[in-house]
Design a binder for this molecule. Structure first.
Ligand SMILES: Nc1ncnc2c1ncn2[C@@H]1O[C@H](COP(=O)(O)OP(=O)(O)OP(=O)(O)O)[C@@H](O)[C@H]1O
Ligand SMILES: [Mg+2]
Length: 171
């Protein structure tokens, strides 16, 4: 089975997946480089441009169980998506600590606040779960992912994460 570990940049996909031991993990970023799906660089948004069709084609040729880790992974023909979530306030701190520009931090915090990746995942994938990582240690996020992979997805249903109160508090 192919599973996507997705979420807004900075929510902790790479950190958590590095501690998941029950499935092979493939970095979508590395796969994109390997299969020549990186087609440009968006200077304004300070991010690489990726050809989704080339990437999906490479994913379709992967055999066996695999978890694809990256913020595009839910768009690559997977059977299940795990969406990592992070409170916008906490995410702002994590992204700023990475040294990202104010504009890039803001773009991603806003995307998290309005559930952009979650909605994309629900539109593209039949089985979707979400984990609120805001106050979880990386090890605990990895254990939660392993729980979902072992069939306990009902503990992490879509809809249990809601940033609307936090967003209202901004005004
Ligand atoms: N559960 C956590 N608690 C606290 N800090 C975390 C947690 N997970 C990740 N971080 C920190 O947040 C930052 C982003 O983590 P990471 O690189 O894993 O995110 P990502 O989702 O893979 O982002 P990208 O989509 O940009 O690759 C890192 O500096 C990491 O140390
Ligand atoms: Mg990453």
């Amino acid at each position: 089975m192919k599973v996507a570990l997705t979420g807004t940049p900075g929510v902790g996909k790479t950190c958590a997946s590095s501690l998941v031991g029950t499935i092979e993990v493939v970095s979508v970023h590395e796969l994109a480089e390997k299969c020549h799906a990186v087609v440009g660089f968006d200077e304004e948004r300070d991010t690489v441009e990726v050809d989704i069709d080339t990437l999906a084609d490479a994913v379709s040729r992967i055999e066996g169980d695999v978890m694809l880790e990256g913020h595009l992974s839910h768009l690559l023909g997977v059977e299940q998506a795990i969406v990592l979530r992070c409170s916008p306030t906490v995410l702002r701190q994590r992204l700023a600590a990475k040294g990202w520009s104010d504009a890039k931090v803001r773009e991603n915090v806003e995307a998290e606040a309005i559930d952009v990746i979650l909605i994309e995942a629900i539109e593209a994938v039949t089985r979707v779960c979400e984990i609120d990582t805001s106050s979880m240690r990386v090890e605990d996020v990895a254990r939660a992912i392993e729980e979902i992979l072992s069939g306990e997805s009902e503990k992490y249903p879509v809809g249990h994460v809601d940033w609307s109160q936090e967003v209202f508090d901004w005004f």
